[in-house]
Write a protein that binds this ligand. Structure first.
Ligand SMILES: CC(C)(COP(=O)(O)OP(=O)(O)OC[C@H]1O[C@@H](n2cnc3c(N)ncnc32)[C@H](O)[C@@H]1OP(=O)(O)O)[C@@H](O)C(=O)NCCC(=O)NCCSC(=O)C[C@H](O)C(=O)O
Ligand code: MG
Length: 279
């Protein structure tokens, strides 16, 4: 399924929880961690259980971000989720595969790792090799704080970490979701970040507000031009192949078997988006 837009929903916010399932995002991260104050953790856990009891939309992935097992709340979060219908557990601040082992020993659900520590970035390849891992989500706020970087609109300082983690995810064939755009209400900045994440190779962007969903959905879906080009590349390659050749030229650029494979991926994603497998 497409993963263009992944919205954090604080489990302590009843209105947001109620609204979330009808929002057109591809995935939700129902959050028990940083969006929930310590005093509200228990209540949030109970509200989350009730929200998960309501049937979700099949086209919308429902993940739950627990607190770390090294906090006073993590073990209880996992225990509370035992009987709940969710599609996966997001583990925060993963430094390496041992952090996933600890969670994997307590749940059979698919795992997602937040890459948001310096160690986590440096060990991303080991983490992404974990057999229970479905994907990574970049935590650019925590990572930026730990590194001590100065956030800029072009995200210049965090790009190496984003790319390193993305390479690790791709090397192990799992999904990769970009970090959030904190600038609520700054549409231009959000669009630029979405385009940057897409160009780096991410599958989608994590989001903090419903108003950010449309930009992510549009940017991470193939455009009409990309779909047209993919079709023309496939057709041109099939024509030269029938003549016993392995290279076509479309719009002045070579097309070989690998480009055709990429073109088929574009069309598959377009079909999934069009067919409502996404929101
Ligand atoms: C930032 C917010 C606190 C703003 O909330 P609010 O003041 O309620 O905004 P609005 O009045 O504009 O909301 C309009 C309606 O939309 C609903 N809403 C708002 N946000 C969400 C949401 N995230 N999911 C679902 N629904 C949402 C409101 O309830 C309103 O509904 P209604 O009244 O019925 O019309 C708030 O947006 C928010 O809390 N956002 C999430 C913040 C969060 O999750 N932060 C933690 C994750 S980010 C992070 O840390 C990533 C990583 O770990 C890292 O390190 O980088
Ligand atoms: Mg974080």
């Amino acid at each position: 399924m497409p993963l263009r837009s992944m919205l954090y929903v604080p489990a302590s916010n009843a209105r947001a929880l109620a609204k979330a399932r009808d929002l057109p995002c591809d995935a939700l991260i129902l959050d028990l961690e940083d969006a929930v104050a310590p005093a509200a953790k228990e209540e949030a856990r109970a509200a989350l259980g009730a929200a998960l009891a309501a049937k979700g939309r099949p086209a919308q992935l429902r993940l739950v971000r627990i607190n770390g097992l090294d906090t006073p709340w993590g073990a209880e979060d996992l225990a509370a989720l035992a009987g709940c219908a969710c599609d996966g557990i997001v583990v925060p601040k993963v430094d390496g595969p041992a952090d996933l082992d600890a969670v994997a020993a307590r749940t059979e659900r698919p795992l997602w790792a937040m890459i948001e520590t310096a160690r986590g970035v440096l060990r991303a390849s080991d983490t992404c090799a974990h057999p229970r891992l479905s994907g990574i989500v970049m935590g650019t706020n925590d990572l930026g704080r730990e590194i001590g970087l100065r956030p800029t609109a072009d995200r210049f300082a965090i790009l190496p970490a984003l790319q390193g983690a993305l390479l690790a995810a791709r090397a192990h064939g799992i999904a990769a979701i970009d970090g959030v755009c904190n600038a609520l209400g700054d549409a231009a900045r959000l669009e630029a970040e979405c385009a940057q994440g897409r160009d780096l190779g991410f599958d989608g962007k994590s989001l903090i507000h419903p108003a950010q969903i449309a930009a992510a959905n549009a940017t991470f879906a193939p455009s009409a031009e990309e779909i047209d080009l993919a079709r023309r590349r496939i057709a041109a390659f099939e024509a030269v192949l029938a003549e016993g050749q392995g290279v076509a030229v479309v719009d002045g650029e070579i097309v070989e078997a690998l480009h055709v494979e990429a073109a088929r991926t574009v069309l598959d994603l377009a079909r999934m988006v069009e067919g409502g497998e996404g929101a």
